[in-house]
Design a protein around this ligand. Structure first.
Ligand code: 13P
Length: 257
């Protein structure tokens, strides 16, 4: 089955609104086509203005996080229904920076995945191992445990909207990328795991790779059978580099057809 690939920009805590608007205007000139879909995740404060600029284009709006509950006395938090109302399509959940720096537990991430699905949005659930875990050959086990804890009890009907991002922590922001073969091995494992949970639905789910993706390595990564796109951090902050990644994705997808 040919899955339409997804290239998503995660701006993290970068870009003021004034900086974001010119970049958004450039991004709005890109076209999401039948082979590749494009999404952009600005910081919360830039979601509305960036969304306005992107609206006429085919580029989807994504958020970087949300709370597990839909409303209430949770000062400083943002809920999935708020993001849906704003025109978001995707929400990144369980990024390793949230897990490691903000202490987000697997059970909280599980609640968030459910909240995003219930709001009619598409979660981009991030999983991945530390360098130490990789060196101890624990990668597949660690990823399986995260999937189990984050997805248990979710029906295949709802799960059909899930996107997974495999982001080895040692490759994030370090310039070190997993080789295409290393990444493919984990992606195939993730798809196998999802097949146990949801059967045939697993074949239509997109599994993105993230961790130092750039124009020079994107095509080789996305040419692999189970790598269905990329979640791009640093390289998504420059228009030329990000648009070259999208071109690379389209090329890789054209060969997969
Ligand atoms: P970099 O592309 O900067 O390594 O970040 C990857 C990432 O964390 C995307 O979510």
């Amino acid at each position: 089955m040919l899955r339409r690939c997804l290239v998503a920009a995660n701006w993290k805590m970068n870009m003021t609104v004034s900086q974001a608007l010119p970049l958004a205007a450039q991004l709005a000139t890109l076209t999401s086509g039948p082979l590749a879909e494009i999404a952009v995740a600005p910081p919360f404060v830039a979601l509305f203005p960036v969304g306005q600029v992107l609206r006429p284009s085919g580029v989807a709006l994504a958020a970087q996080n949300c709370h597990a509950l839909s409303a209430g006395a949770y000062t400083g938090e943002v809920s999935a229904p708020m993001l849906a109302d704003l025109g978001c399509r995707y929400v990144i959940i369980g990024h390793s920076e949230r897990r490691q720096l903000f202490g987000e537990s697997d059970s909280f991430i599980h609640e968030k995945v459910k909240a995003v699905l219930e709001a009619g949005l598409y979660p981009i659930l991030c999983v991945g191992e530390t360098l130490e875990e990789r060196e101890h050959n624990q990668t597949l086990e660690v990823v399986s445990k995260q999937l189990q804890a984050n997805l248990a009890g979710i029906s295949s009907g709802l799960g059909a909207k899930l996107v997974i991002a495999y982001e080895p922590i040692w490759a994030i922001g370090t310039g070190k990328t997993a080789t295409a073969q290393e990444a493919q091995e984990v992606h195939a494992h993730i798809r196998g795991w999802l097949q146990q949970l949801w059967g045939e639905t697993s074949k239509q789910l997109r599994i993105l790779y993230g961790g130092s993706v750039k124009a020079s390595n994107a095509e080789e990564l996305m040419a692999k059978p189970d790598i269905d796109g990329a979640l791009v951090g640093g390289a998504s902050l420059q228009f030329a580099e990000f648009s070259a990644i999208i071109e690379a994705a389209k090329k890789a997808m054209a060969h997969k057809k």
